[in-house]
Ligand binder design. Structure first.
Ligand code: AGP
Length: 609
């Protein structure tokens, strides 16, 4: 998830483009760059790190002209560096492009273009497109982009400018967001509204599979086959601050609602079209390597540790490899028993959590293979692991982790299926069933978000609760732990999660009249047992909010309130079940007037032990 800005018009292009990127830095901030066309030449200035580094460079190497494009990066392919920063060019330097998204077939295109003599300067998927434009150019930039669009696969918002076309910018949208800002004798293109709000409030929202040609005196829109498209002008009423949050009052709520996209992007290009195989080339493990593994240690902290618990259930179910889920700060001092057949999986959203990094380094010192699951390309974890699986959640700004958690689950499910197929412990037919259910998850998550109003009303009624208990059995217990952490860390309500069957061994003493209990009953095989534990807390006067699958009305007879969630494969249910718990924490924190995105005493990335 990067930020793109393009401009054609009379204003100072540096102010418009770099100013716009500053409003999009929440989309990515590991490197940035601009390209401007003046006097028949394209000048490119780019810098690794925050936008301020680029501004320093621009002070020494100013840009001018009336047409420019810019980019602030959230690395996907290729670590954050000057070379990998956008814009990218072709061999001749006649074209410059910026891109947000993923070109899935970039490797095969790159080989093809290299065979034709093209030389690459970066590791990015994006640069491939610049060379493809050069290779397919027929003198008409628009037509060339139609042809290029037919060769590249994936999610992309692309903006291109060309030396020989000083009066136009061409923009292409497939899956990644793009808007056009409409001005008087000037026009803008950007990934999101905040970038252009200072100049105009009239925009076109580009739909999937649409292109636009921007000129000073107007914007024309087309399908990706070149058919003209009539666009409605949308008038933006948001103020600049809420625009960065996409109109949401907090980044946390925005990130909760981004989960369908985040899950879809994390699945993208990793499941074969016929839903029979998992493709994780970045894992760097062959079948025989996977068959040799006799134990897995998942190492993480906080929410990532909770994701590890779900990963354990999936890997043990599909691959029959025993999995320990270890708290990193304990693990590194516990002298763990590892052999050359142990695999360590380190899960970390930020990729910079000191405890997790220290555990990784300890294992690497012992010659144990370490795979990282992280959300930040180029992070320490990604750089130091033997191989890395990136979760495509995009930047997570709110301290409370939400979309990173669900994408970590997706990465772990993919890993579990890959391991199961390699070891022959997962039947192909079962694998297809799991991959089909994974493929449906974005829609399932979309539907779960519709429960928000019901959760909000519950949160408002229980915002003053002193204690809250979350219970569940099996994988529901793992999700309960995450629900309790979310509530604690942003609403400051004391919350505990318990394996439902464990309550009667002590904690039941804390259940008194009106104490809210959130009961997860998402596992059909454990439903009866879970129900009997719910009856236990009801008998002590608890107010029970039950979460279960659509159609399981039986639960209504026992609990006070039910949240029905779309049915999915029980092992995948955590992706659905955690969302009402994220929303509960969010609405309780809002109702208590807390700083939701920056809760007290916490930091987004804990870089100290
Ligand atoms: C979760 O909402 C918290 N921000 C925290 O528990 C977090 O999960 C933990 O610090 C681990 O962070 P990481 O995933 O970046 O390593």
């Amino acid at each position: 998830m990067c930020g793109i800005v393009g401009y054609i018009g009379p204003r100072n292009v540096k102010d418009v483009v770099v100013g716009g990127l500053a409003k999009l830095e929440y989309r990515g901030y590991d490197s940035a760059g601009v390209a401007a066309l003046a006097d028949g030449n394209i000048r490119i200035v780019k810098a690794v790190g925050r936008l301020s580094n680029l501004e320093e460079k621009l002070a020494e190497m100013p840009i001018s002209g009336h047409i420019a494009i810019g980019h602030t990066r959230w690395a996907t392919h290729g670590k954050p560096s000057d070379e990998n920063a956008h814009p990218h060019q072709d061999c001749s330097g006649r074209f410059a492009i910026v891109h947000n998204g993923i070109v899935e077939n970039y490797l095969s295109l790159r080989e093809e273009l290299m065979a034709l003599g093209h030389e690459f300067r970066s590791e990015t998927d994006t640069e491939v497109v610049a060379h493809l434009i050069e290779e397919m150019y027929n003198g008409d930039l628009f037509e060339t982009m139609i042809a290029v669009g037919k060769r590249i696969r994936g999610a992309y918002a692309l903006v291109v400018m060309a030396k020989d076309h000083p009066d136009e910018i061409v923009a292409v949208r497939r899956a990644s967001p793009m808007i056009i800002g409409l001005g008087e004798k000037e026009n803008f293109v950007a990934s999101d509204i905040p970038a252009i709000l200072e100049y105009t409030r009239d925009i076109y929202v580009m739909e999937d599979g649409e292109m636009a040609v921007l000129r000073r005196d107007g914007v024309e829109c087309f399908t990706m086959d070149g058919e003209p498209v009539k666009k409605d002008v949308y008038h933006v009423t948001w103020d600049a601050v809420s625009a960065e949050r996409g109109g949401y009052p907090h980044f946390m709520l925005k990130e909760i609602h981004e989960q369908p996209r985040a899950v879809r992007d994390t699945l993208r290009g990793r499941v074969s079209d016929d839903l029979s195989r998992v493709e994780l080339p970045e894992l760097g493990l062959q079948d025989e390597d996977i068959q040799a593994i006799d134990r897995i240690h998942i190492v993480a902290c906080g929410t990532s540790w909770h994701a590890g618990l779900v990963g354990k259930a999936a890997i043990e179910a599909f691959a029959r490899i025993p999995v320990n889920v270890e708290i990193a700060s304990e693990y590194r001092y516990s002298d763990p028993i590892v052999t050359d057949r142990t695999l360590v999986i380190a899960i970390t959203q930020s990729g910079e959590t000191a405890d997790t990094l220290a555990a990784m380094r300890e294992m690497k010192k012992r010659g144990v293979r370490v795979v990282a699951i992280t959300n930040v390309v180029g992070s320490s974890a990604a750089r130091e692991a033997d191989s890395t699986i990136i979760t495509w959640a995009g930047p997570e700004i709110a301290v409370a982790s939400t979309k990173a958690y669900t994408t970590q689950l997706v990465a772990l499910y993919l890993l579990a299926v890959r391991f199961g197929l390699s070891r022959g412990t997962l039947a192909e037919e079962k694998a297809r069933e799991v991959l089909a259910a994974l493929d449906d998850l974005p829609q399932v998550v979309e539907q779960v978000l519709d429960t928000a109003p019901q959760i909000e009303s519950f949160a408002k009624r229980y915002k003053d609760a002193h204690d809250t208990f979350f219970i569940g059995r099996g994988i529901d217990y793992a999700v309960s732990l995450e629900g309790a952490l979310k509530l604690k860390e942003i609403s400051y309500i004391h919350a505990e999660a318990y394996a439902a069957g464990e309550l009667k061994h002590g904690t039941l003493a804390l259940i008194t009249d009106g104490v809210p209990v959130i009961a997860l009953a998402m596992q059909p095989e454990l439903y009866e047992k879970t129900l009997s534990n719910i009856v236990e807390v009801k008998a002590r006067g608890a107010f029970v909010l039950g979460l279960t699958w659509v159609g399981n009305e039986d639960l209504e007879k026992t609990v006070d309130e039910v949240i029905y969630l779309p049915k999915t494969m029980p092992l995948l249910a955590p992706v659905a079940a955690v969302i009402p718990l994220q929303l509960l924490a969010y609405y309780a924190a809002v109702a208590r007037g807390n700083d939701v995105d920056k809760p007290r005493n916490l930091a987004k990335s804990v870089t100290v032990e």
